[in-house]
Design a protein around this ligand. Structure first.
Ligand code: ATP
Ligand code: MG
Length: 740
């Protein structure tokens, strides 16, 4: 039934097949039956499956109403629907597993429940989990209950019953929020309470759909008659329960197209597993397997780094890894930066965001991505100070998070009970300890850790606030330099909260790496890339470390054009030295621009890393300069220049004369970069000349007088060229430049 009329609209086969590369085409035109598309990030996965559906519908091979396309998030499902509609296949159902199951269970409920009403669906387990925990003698706050709920979700998604939990959790090396036996008790009590209340949760909903299809032949027949062709996007995210539902839908049939990238599996902790994707060709003999490697999203430079990161991956997910081939025109090399401390890192990121926006990149096309939500505060502050609009994605702004608001109230209350002479940091630690925070370290459990980290971020703020000398009020009008009190700190927190409060609809995105999955931006900053943060210090097993590596891979592949990766050698100014992310040996090989010890106080100075002969930092942004041309300029080449054009002209003229007189090429006298540095920095003393890379004592001796005279305003004609050819340095320098 192939269309031969030559129609070319999007809904026609010709339109649907146009603009596909040969591999995409083979996926799109594969005959009915199992198809597995192993596609790297940005290779056109979603494009391939939407075009395959549209092609089959357009040729009349299948009917749109018989197709079910599933994915994992509502946003991804909406994206599928929009793309399908654009291709003329708007009648196709594209839903999340949950939405598809809910629709079916609702529809069949009267038949399945013999007229009884469908039980209410719980949209969160937290309340019942809290009750269940209390029943087995566990007191839980909201964060602890969320962690227990997450663990129960993992078990149910992994088809693990309460009685099997203990063994299953040990086998999966679960990082349980409480002793596993206790979690099993809470799990059992939760199930009981839930039944007693006549409610069901999301996993029950999927189980009900499976049960309805498998145990009720009439329901099964009807569902299978309705849905005959299945497509799953992001198949590496499927969990055993969802896979079970997919099998129930298929009922032994094989018209299934799956698309996935095992290298982007970052939700294993919820029960998602790439095992089904990896085993697909073996489980379904005769499956058409298509590999897409052309990356249409990112520049070859970004693609190169992505390949390098994932190239080191180990384990089963790594077996399917594909080397991406960038299709876009060349762009800038990824910018690797090392800063002395986190505030310096955040300030530099904010400054660069400002520059990008000023140069025309819309703020919504820029993202700052980090490993944990607690890292956002430093960036919220730096962006607010730089007056760059931002939106925090997938989480509240730092000062709006419940635990932070509660902690700020606690600190404010403590100002009344804390003796005035108590040093700030101990006062803050004491007040936060009273609300369950512990300086000893984070408790187990993701939500409990997030809470701990948010409060730890407040302690860090207190450390920074205490370390910085500043003028503080002592009375109504007077200020004096004194140690800050808890009340001063509370005032500072209020100031920051107000500054960061400005609501914006559009701005630079601040997001965790997890919530950035599937998204893309023109410019991406991956920040806080120190070992212990990425990979997180909580990752212990080899598999957990591999998942962290994939997280970095997901981050790198979000960037279309411009990518920045940075870490701070210490957390706070003067703090303990840290190592860079182990997945980025480029940092250690000198690919990263290191911040100056001078800027970093003791921290950078104490670093065990190799120390370069002479540290030169960018006088605009403060990073250490490693590239020769940057070192000569005394700033990053892309940092704004404050060049004295007129002086630069005279320096060029002078160099022409000197080179002519000495019969040497101009660069032997001074390179262009050195002349630019001279015209930017306008040195006034021989010692200042020495501070410019590319000018040593010999050149100061040879040309120092002339250059200083030019900076002082002398015309080139006023300088005697013959003087410049002297072989013997006449301008003797003191041994210590400071004495000049
Ligand atoms: P992700 O890993 O983020 O899910 P993906 O593999 O699903 O990415 P798509 O979103 O389908 O990739 O495609 C990425 C981008 O590349 C899109 O903007 C898409 O339109 C474009 N693209 C895909 N294939 C081609 C092609 N053959 N020619 C031109 N552009 C393409
Ligand atoms: Mg996609």
């Amino acid at each position: 039934m192939a269309d031969s009329t030559g129609r070319t609209g999007a809904g026609s086969p010709g339109g649907v097949l146009a603009g596909l590369d040969p591999e995409q085409l083979s996926a799109v035109t594969a005959p009915a039956g199992p198809v597995c598309v192993l596609a790297g990030a940005g290779t056109g996965k979603t494009r391939a499956i939407t075009h395959r559906i549209a092609h089959r519908v357009g040729t009349g091979e299948i009917a749109a109403r018989h197709v079910l396309a599933v994915t994992f998030t509502a946003r991804a499902a909406a994206e599928l629907r929009a793309r399908l509609a654009g291709l003329g296949a708007g009648g196709v159902q594209a839903r999340t597993f949950h939405a598809a199951a809910l629709r079916q269970v609702r529809y069949f409920a009267p038949r399945l429940l013999a007229g009884r009403a469908m039980p209410e669906l719980l949209d969160s387990k937290v309340r019942l989990v809290t009750l269940a925990a209390a029943r087995v003698g566990l007191r839980t706050d909201r964060a602890a209950a969320r962690d227990l709920a997450g663990e129960i979700e993992w078990a149910k998604s992994s088809l693990v019953e309460p009685g099997e939990y203990l063994v299953a959790a040990a086998k999966a090396a679960r990082d349980t929020p409480h002793e596993a036996a206790k979690v099993a008790e809470v799990f059992a009590a939760y199930e009981q309470l839930k039944r007693g209340n006549g409610v069901i949760d999301f996993e029950d909903l999927l189980r009900a759909a499976v049960w309805g299809i498998e145990e009720h032949p009439d329901v099964g027949d009807q569902v299978r008659a309705q849905y005959r062709h299945f497509v799953v996007d992001e198949y590496q995210d499927v969990n055993p329960l969802q896979q079970r539902l997919l099998e129930a839908w298929l009922g032994g049939r094989d018209d299934l197209t799956v698309v996935g990238d095992a290298s982007q599996t970052i939700y294993s902790f919820t029960g998602a597993t790439s095992a089904y994707l990896i085993d697909f060709p073996r489980q379904r003999p005769g499956a058409v397997v298509v590999r897409l490697v052309r990356d249409y999203r990112s520049t070859p430079q970004v693609v190169g780094l992505a390949n390098a990161v994932i190239g080191q991956a180990r384990g089963s997910a790594a077996r399917l890894r594909l080397e991406l081939v960038g299709q876009r025109p060349a762009g800038a090399e990824p910018d690797l930066r090392i800063f002395a401390d986190e505030p310096a890192e955040a300030a530099a990121v904010a400054a660069r965001c400002r520059q990008l926006i000023a140069a025309g990149t819309p703020a919504r096309e820029i993202a700052v991505l980090f490993r944990t939500n607690a890292q956002s505060e430093a960036y919220e502050k730096a962006l607010a100070e730089a007056e760059v609009p931002y939106v925090v994605q997938g989480a509240e702004r730092f000062f709006e998070r419940p635990e932070v608001r509660q902690a700020v109230l606690t600190l404010r209350a403590a100002t009344r009970s804390t003796p005035g002479e108590t040093p700030l940091v101990p006062a803050v630690v004491e007040a936060l300890t009273a609300v369950g925070w512990s300086p000893a370290g984070a408790p187990p459990g993701g939500a409990a850790r997030e809470r701990w980290e948010a409060l730890a971020a407040l302690v860090q703020l207190a450390e920074e606030f205490a370390a910085e000398p500043r003028m503080l009020p002592i009375g109504d009008a007077a200020t004096v330099e004194r140690a800050p009190s808890l009340a001063d700190f509370c005032a500072e927190l209020a100031r920051r909260a107000a500054q960061q409060h400005v609501p914006t609809l559009e701005g630079v995105t601040l997001a965790s790496l997890h919530s950035a999955k599937g998204l893309e931006w023109d410019a991406v900053f991956l920040v806080g890339l120190s070992d212990g943060t990425l990979p997180t210090g909580y990752a212990r097993s080899a598999e957990q470390i591999e998942e962290e590596r994939r997280l970095l891979y997901v981050g790198v592949t979000r960037a279309r054009e411009w990518l920045w990766l940075s870490y701070a050698a210490a957390r706070s100014p003067g703090g303990r030295a840290r190592r860079p992310c182990r997945f980025l040996p480029q940092f250690e090989r000198g690919g990263g621009q290191r911040s100056a010890p001078a800027a970093g106080g003791g921290a950078a100075g104490r670093k065990p890393d190799r120390v370069r002969t002479r540290t030169i930092s960018c006088r605009i942004c403060g990073t250490t300069l490693l590239a020769g041309a940057d070192r000569k300029l005394g700033r990053c080449q892309d940092c704004p220049s404050d060049l004295d054009e007129e002086l630069y002209e005279r320096l060029i003229q002078w160099r022409v004369r000197v080179a002519g007189a000495q019969k040497v090429p101009a660069y032997v006298v001074f390179t262009d970069a050195t002349l630019v540095a001279l015209a930017e920095r306008r040195p006034t003393r021989p010692a200042d000349l020495l501070a410019i890379a590319g000018i040593g004592p010999r050149k100061v001796g040879l040309y120092g007088d002339a250059v200083l005279a030019l900076v002082g305003g002398a015309a080139v004609d006023d300088l005697a060229p013959e003087k410049t050819s002297e072989r013997e340095p006449k301008n003797r320098l003191p041994s210590r430049p400071g004495e000049a």
